[in-house]
Design a protein. Sequence first.
Length: 193
Amino acid sequence: MKRFFAPMALFLGLMMGLALVAPGVASAAPVSRDQAVNLVIARGLAQRGVPYAWGGGDINGPTMGKPDDAPSVAPSVTPGSVPGLDVPGLAPVDVPGPVPSVVGFDASGLIQYVYAGVNAKLPRSSGAMYNVGQKVTPAQALPADLIFYGPEGSQSVAMFLGNNQMLEVTDTGVQVSPVRTAEMAPYLVRIIA
């Protein structure tokens, strides 16, 4: 049976103290598969209600999102192209794109955060997540398996909770929803084996 290691602040703090006394002694406490599954599910459910933010979230939690209409490179304004800037010798000025105003998660940011709770390092995009872990069919799904949508999982990712429920990020935020089969990728991915 494969074992996972869960970060626990109190335990790690104690171990860091021991490491100062006896280097090389510190280690994380092993947990069973069931404990790891329960930990990632609890970590995910604790985020219910956090708003959707495109590009938001990472291993540390919700972050400022990126505006989905922002240009990849800030536009330049050249003299004469904007009234009042027709000043001889004035160099082009970079104008920043729209400023994001929401702290939250997008789908892959949430999943990356949830699995960081058991020290699983997942890629940032759902398409890349689809290529890690063990592929399983929907009939083999277990709680904490990842459900993907779109070709090769490129459109979104959610976490299976069991009982035909999943944790996902919608346009309004993190929520529990019934599993949708429309546009579901043919395989789920099991991270906790």
